[in-house]
Design a protein around this ligand. Structure first.
Ligand code: DQA
Length: 203
């Protein structure tokens, strides 16, 4: 498999294969992502909820791609920041980037029943992909959509997002800082869901 055949992961290796690595002090949570066969939360299990951070096409070029729009931070910098904050928040971060739509869809499928939340910057697929919308709609946890640039101040074709309709929140135009905001929000939503009565857990 050549370099070009491999999904990018922001310089941190194959984050997915690392699975639910434990980061920081384990916390007591009731996470529906870790539920019994009947869907009942496994109470009192000590885990850090997994949060999957997904990045769409061309985001592997962050730092050198249109820096006046996207800034100078690389995707590896963003990944390192996410992992640092994830540790602080008690989240197990899985971080991926791909230029291929199907890989993003596969990562969303893999998050089902396993991850507590998804942070996604679908990049250009935001404006084109019903397939990513459908995959996200099949994910049961909270989703936060992130855009580094303020898409609403840019070309009209960037004003529509297929993803926003299934997102719990959207963070736009805050630069790469937006990923941190998204993780803090996801942590809060996961916490709220873990303490909500069963049946009222959709964010
Ligand atoms: C982007 C905005 C999209 O319109 C664009 O196609 C991207 C990046 C952002 O983060 O600002 O690639 O999602």
């Amino acid at each position: 498999m050549g370099e070009g055949d491999r999904p990018q992961d922001g310089g941190g290796g194959d984050a997915q294969s690392k699975g639910a690595r434990m980061h920081g002090p384990p916390r007591r949570v009731r996470d529906t992502a870790l539920s019994g066969a009947a869907g009942a939360p496994l109470e009192g299990i000590r885990v850090n909820p997994i949060v999957v951070v997904l990045n769409g096409p061309n985001l592997n070029l962050l730092g050198s791609r249109e820096p006046d729009i996207y800034g100078r931070e690389t995707l590896a910098d963003v990944e390192a920041d996410c992992r640092r904050l994830g540790k602080e928040l008690g989240l197990a971060i899985e971080f991926h980037q791909s230029n291929r739509e199907y890989e993003i869809i596969d990562w969303i499928h893999a998050a089902r029943g396993r991850a507590g939340g998804i942070v996604i910057n679908p990049a250009a697929f935001t404006h084109t992909s019903v397939a990513i919308l459908d995959a996200l709609a099949a994910f049961e946890g909270p989703i936060i959509e992130v855009h580094i640039s303020n898409v609403h101040r840019r070309e009209p074709f960037r004003h529509h997002s297929f993803v926003s309709g299934v997102a719990s929140g959207v963070i736009v135009g805050c630069g790469t800082q937006g990923y941190g905001f998204a993780l803090r929000r996801i942590a809060k939503l996961i916490e709220e869901r873990s303490s909500a009565p069963a049946g009222r857990q959709r964010a």
